[in-house]
Ligand binder design. Structure first.
Ligand code: AKB
Length: 320
């Protein structure tokens, strides 16, 4: 990777991934691609930023040509809960955007990574220790775009030699940019509410186990996979990766260790609950470990300390 374009650079993952890529590959070599919201602060000041809407092939191609891009991180997506409200938009962004990236990558010789997700599972997938290769019949539009994305990415690799690789992310927990419209967002919101108000109303019921990961591990996964020796990759799109699995009771109990007065109640949102019920409780990520050395560093205990510290700082600085 020499010249990198991050599409979706102002989003939850993009805002942190872009800065980490700049640290590792040089500020001027990583372009922050955005659609409607221009980057601000360090993201804008530390390197190039360009309008690059994944659904606009010309815009993306122009940026790829201008900066001699060799690697595209395509993070444009409509997450699972919003995807159920806006299925056509979810398809247009998820698959229209991906097809543009794949075609541009074919023409200009770029590598492409488009994260898949636990959303790619469902409809008969074994939910415990979910295998790398298993049944994928998701019933959400988000999941359908993720499975289709995995297949298209494999197709472009086999048919045209485009270097496509990706991970299946679990819920990503972070404290820089909020997620939006996902089923796993509760695991971010709970920390903010714990610090701001000391209480949280959870949209998923007790006993709903889901895979999760702290942002630093998510960023390492994205970069390490793109740096991996291709000769060692038996799989490509997409690798199960996980760092922890918990339900709302477990994360709430962990927060309570630091904020003893914290309380949580439940108001289950049926659409989110149905989605969560169809997703793995915990994935088997042994292929990622064996093929490219995946090894997460953060568990629930360590992450909780770090999340609460960061959010308390935001509160002290009047940012939340
Ligand atoms: C969502 O909840 O939609 C996402 C995901 C797990 O892909 N965070």
């Amino acid at each position: 990777m020499k010249n990198i374009l991050v599409i979706g650079a102002v989003g939850q993952i993009g805002s942190e991934l872009t800065l980490e890529l700049r640290k590792r590959y040089g500020n001027s070599n990583v372009v922050a691609g955005y659609r409607a919201t221009k980057p601000t602060g360090e993201l804008l000041e530390s390197g190039p930023a360009e309008v690059a809407d994944a659904t606009n092939a010309q815009q993306v191609a122009d940026v790829v040509k201008k900066y001699k891009i060799d690697t595209i991180y395509n993070l444009a997506a409509i997450l699972s809960a919003v995807g159920e409200a806006k299925p056509l938009m979810a398809w247009q962004v998820g698959i229209g955007g991906l097809m543009n990236c794949l075609e541009i990558a074919r023409e200009f010789g770029c590598a492409v990574t488009t994260p898949s997700s636990i959303g790619a599972f469902g409809g008969g997938t074994p939910l415990d220790n979910t295998p790398q290769d298993t049944i994928q019949r998701p019933q959400t539009m988000y999941g359908i775009t993720k499975v289709t994305g995995e297949l298209l990415s494999d197709y472009y690799f086999r048919k045209f030699g485009v270097d496509t690789r990706s991970v299946r992310y679990p819920g990503i927990i972070s404290n820089v940019t909020l997620p939006g419209g996902g089923t796993t967002d509760y695991a971010v919101e709970i920390y903010y509410e714990a610090v701001k108000t000391g209480k949280y109303t959870c949209p998923l019921g007790a006993g709903t186990f889901l895979d999760m990961m702290y942002m630093p591990d998510a960023i390492d996964a994205a970069i390490d996979l793109m740096e991996a020796d291709p000769a060692k990759l038996k799989h490509r799109n997409a690798f199960n990766v996980s760092a922890m699995s918990f339900d709302p009771e477990i994360i709430a109990a962990e927060i309570k260790k630091h904020i003893p007065g914290f309380t949580m109640d439940y108001q289950v949102e049926p659409i989110k609950q149905a989605i969560a019920n169809s997703w793995p409780n915990n994935m088997d990520d042994s292929c990622a470990r064996a093929e490219w050395g995946w090894n997460p560093k953060w568990n629930l205990e360590k992450m909780t300390v770090d999340m609460l510290k960061a959010i308390r700082e935001k509160k002290a600085n009047g940012l939340i």
